[in-house]
Design a protein around this ligand. Structure first.
Ligand code: G16
Length: 542
């Protein structure tokens, strides 16, 4: 064992989802080691216990994993489960932590952020329930990173991550496990695989799944093609690459443009889906028809009884604050609880553990249930496949029927990327300061009804998270939310979330940007985005 002296690095506070930085930052000698030691130092009672380690396969994943294995062994973990070739999708890591009752896990990913030597890297700690560490833990880790003086490691050869099986590393047993099988097993228990198989076997149903050269490739091939019998090639871009083929592995209509071209082309398949860098996000597309993540959550909630794993009914739903309120309407109709949490999957953990909610979702292309404690891209895709097989209708027909029953929540998000941090903070501060005077005022044709800075009190442990986004509600139920992203690595990203409720089915066919035009104008009038940032329009509109 070696004990190496070190000095704190600035800025090791985990963000919305762990520590995300440029690869070059992580590669500084001691940077990763400091963070990992800070994680271990802030935990208690892990001696002899199991740690799960895996990542999304991005550039530097393999080397970082060897560092972590040596450090985990030197710090006294008894057993370390690591995905073959260092690969575990984020939901698969959550599944493995829960299944093998591990103490926790380290997941290496910067999710949807680009990879490669000039791209991003990330690491986060998940606790024994399989979910992201809550803020109390991440704050402890950060505090420790500011005072750290040494880290522990081993002098040992690299573990062969290509070969399944066990190796001794210092006092720990390292087991390289199949990255896909535990996860595929779990999916088989939740969904009606026979019915989905029959749908593919009929030849009348075609789908495309875009793995975006990221981690879900092997999962999609095994589950969709090998187990469910979808034709080979159903999964596209299915070989994980360290730089995701130079792309931006974020499953939205802008970045998954190859899939979108097919889904809107002449021979469009019936169903399209995409997932992100680490496999926790999903995008659902019908034939020439886009499904917003907020609507997807609402549809899954309304139809959960049709799927074996949820046939007994769902207990409640939760959504992040900026997510549209489509799911709230379903919850109300079903007479179940609906929770509004801050952005970040970690805020769902307590509600799921306490059995208050079964399904959760976020506007940022994340949906999942209590089967794991992460959002789960392929799970959502399989859920939709199960629904399509059971209802025998198209994606569009299911959505139109849903809107007829519950009304339509028009929704869009406008992102302004790479802003000067000071400019973005000034914009938010000025708007925050103006909030108390807004209710009752008119902005264009709209009247402000409510305005606040979202603060959340966790109903289970009473912890309070404040400053979680500025929300401005208008008479009639429309709203705009302003928030700075917590996952970027360059400057600041301003997210503007726009929503309008339309109960009248004869008005369910409007192009979303048009339906939201007055709210978009109000957002500009309220925040002065153009004047403050100099940007004429958003970089990404989804
Ligand atoms: C992470 C979190 C999500 C959150 C998303 C967006 O996703 O896990 O819960 O909704 O970031 O965060 P922001 O708006 O702060 O960029 P992922 O897929 O990046 O892990």
């Amino acid at each position: 064992m070696t004990v190496v002296s070190t000095r704190p690095f600035e800025g090791q506070r985990p963000g919305t989802s762990g520590l995300r930085k440029k690869v070059a930052v992580f590669k500084q000698p001691g940077y990763l080691e400091n963070f990992v030691q800070s994680v271990f130092d802030s935990l208690e009672g892990y001696q002899g216990q199991t740690l799960v380690v895996g990542g999304d396969g991005r550039y530097w994943n393999d080397q970082a994993i060897q560092v972590i294995l040596r450090m985990a062994a030197a710090n006294g973990f008894g057993r370390i489960l690591v995905g073959q070739d260092g690969i575990l999708s984020t939901p698969a890591a959550s599944c493995v932590i829960r299944k093998y009752k591990a103490f926790g896990g380290l997941i290496l990913s910067a999710s949807h952020n680009p990879g490669g030597p000039d791209g991003d890297f990330g690491i986060k700690y998940n606790i024994g329930n399989g979910g992201p560490a809550p803020e109390k833990v991440t704050e402890d880790i950060y505090a420790r990173s500011q005072t750290i003086t040494e880290y522990r490691s081993l002098e040992a050869a690299d573990v062969d991550l290509a070969r399944l099986g066990k190796t001794q590393l210092g006092g720990a047993e390292v087991e390289v496990i199949d990255s896909v099988s535990d996860y595929a097993d779990l999916m088989g228990h939740l969904f009606d695989f026979d019915r989905i198989k029959a749908m593919f076997a009929s030849g009348a149903f075609r789908m495309r799944f875009d793995a975006m050269h990221a981690v879900t490739g092997p999962y999609a091939r095994t589950i969709l093609e090998d187990i469910l019998g979808a034709p080979p090639g159903t999964a596209m871009n299915a070989v994980p690459l360290p730089d995701f083929g130079g792309g931006h592995p974020d499953p939205n209509p802008v970045y998954a443009d190859q899939l979108m071209a097919e889904m809107f082309g002449a021979k469009a398949p019936d169903f399209g889906a995409a997932s992100d860098g680490d496999g926790d996000r999903n995008m659902i597309v019908g034939k020439r028809f886009v499904v917003t993540p907020s609507d997807s959550l609402a549809v899954l909630a309304a139809n959960a009884h049709l799927v074996p794993g949820y046939a007994k009914g769902i207990r409640g739903v939760a959504r992040s604050m900026p997510t549209s309120r489509a799911a709230d309407r379903v919850a109300e109709a079903m007479g179940i609880e609906c929770f509004e949490t801050p952005t970040g999957w970690k805020f769902f953990g307590n509600l799921l553990d306490a059995g208050r909610v079964t399904l959760c979702g976020e506007e940022s292309y994340g949906t999942s249930s209590d089967h794991v404690r992460e959002k789960d891209g392929l799970w959502a895709v399989l859920f939709w496949l199960n629904l399509l097989a059971k209802r025998g209708e198209s994606v569009e027909a299911i959505l139109r029927d849903h809107w007829r029953r519950f009304g339509r929540n028009y929704y869009s998000r406008h992102d302004y990327d790479g802003l000067d941090t000071a400019v973005a903070n000034d914009l938010m501060n000025a708007l925050r300061a103006a909030l108390p005077g807004l209710p009752g005022s008119r902005v264009g044709e709209l009247t402000v009804e409510s305005a606040d800075d979202f603060s959340y009190t966790d109903p289970i442990d009473g912890s309070v998270s404040s400053k979680q986004g500025l929300r401005i509600g208008f008479a009639g139920g429309s709203r705009v939310v302003f928030r700075l992203s917590g996952t970027g690595t360059e400057g600041a990203t301003l997210r503007v979330y726009l929503e309008r409720f339309e109960p009248d089915p004869s008005r369910h066919d409007i192009e979303p940007q048009e339906a939201l035009a007055d709210i978009i104008q109000a957002a500009e009038a309220l925040a002065g985005i153009k004047t403050r940032t100099g940007r004429e329009k958003a970089d990404v509109v989804t």
